[in-house]
Design a protein around this ligand. Structure first.
Ligand code: IMP
Length: 180
C-alpha cells in the first residue's frame, strides 16, 4: 500500500515514513506548499485544505497540521501558530507569558487523509509547559520553549519523536486505516 504525504517539511516526511514502515505502508513524499485555510480548529483547517487538494490529486494522500495551545492564553496561538511563530516567535510568546503562574500548554497535530472518496481526520496531543527561557539546539518552531518532563523538546533531540503530538496523530491514522 502506498500513500502520498503532501508537505514542504522534510522532517515531517521522514517521521511519517518511519512510522508508515511499521504498518507496511509506503509513504511517498509529495513536496509541495499548499494554501492553508484559516479556521477555528486544526480539524477544520486540515479538512478544508485536504478538500481543495483532493480536486487536483486523484490518489490517496494525507496532510498534517499542528499548533501550540497555551492554557493561560486561552489556547493562543492555536490554529494561528504558524503565523504567530513567523511574527512574534518564541521571544514574543515568552513575553506574553511573563508573570503567568499557569504555564501549561499542549501541542496538537491533526492528520487529514483523503482515501480517494472522503476525508477523515486523526488527532494527537502532548501536554507540557512553557519554559521561562529558550533552551536547546534541536528541532524547530516552538521546540525551545516547550517543556516535557523537565527538558524542552529542543533539548530532547530524537527522543521528542517518541512522544510528540505528530507521532500520536500518525500512529492513530496508520493503525486505524492500515492495520485492519
Ligand atoms: P504547521 O503544521 O507546519 O503549519 O505548524 C504550525 C506551527 O506550529 C509551525 O510554525 C511550527 O512552528 C509549530 N509547530 C508545529 N509542530 C511543532 C513541533 O513539533 N515543534 C515545534 N513547533 C511546532
Amino acid at each position: 500500500m502506498k500513500v502520498l504525504f503532501i508537505t514542504s517539511n522534510r522532517g515531517k516526511f521522514e517521521e511519517a515514513r518511519k512510522i508508515g514502515e511499521k504498518y507496511g505502508v509506503e509513504v511517498e513524499w509529495k513536496r509541495e506548499e499548499y494554501e492553508e485555510y484559516q479556521g477555528n480548529s486544526l480539524e477544520e483547517i486540515a479538512e478544508k485544505s485536504a478538500m481543495v487538494l483532493s480536486k487536483k490529486i486523484g490518489e490517496p494522500f494525507f496532510i498534517e497540521d499542528s499548533g501550540l495551545f497555551i492554557d493561560a492564553l486561552n489556547g493562543f496561538p492555536g490554529p494561528y501558530s504558524s503565523y504567530v511563530f513567523k511574527t512574534i516567535g518564541n521571544e514574543g510568546i515568552l513575553k506574553l507569558m511573563e508573570g503567568k503562574d499557569n504555564r501549561e500548554a499542549r501541542f496538537i497535530a491533526v492528520v487529514a487523509y483523503f482515501d480517494g472518496e472522503k476525508i477523515s481526520t486523526f488527532r494527537g496531543e502532548v501536554k507540557g509547559e512553557i519554559s521561562k527561557e529558550m533552551r536547546g539546539m534541536h528541532g524547530f518552531g516552538y521546540d525551545p520553549i516547550f517543556l516535557y518532563d523537565g527538558k524542552t523538546f529542543a533539548e530532547m533531540g530524537d527522543e521528542k519523536n517518541k512522544v510528540s503530538h505528530r507521532r500520536k496523530a500518525l500512529e492513530n491514522f496508520f493503525s486505524s486505516i492500515f492495520n485492519q
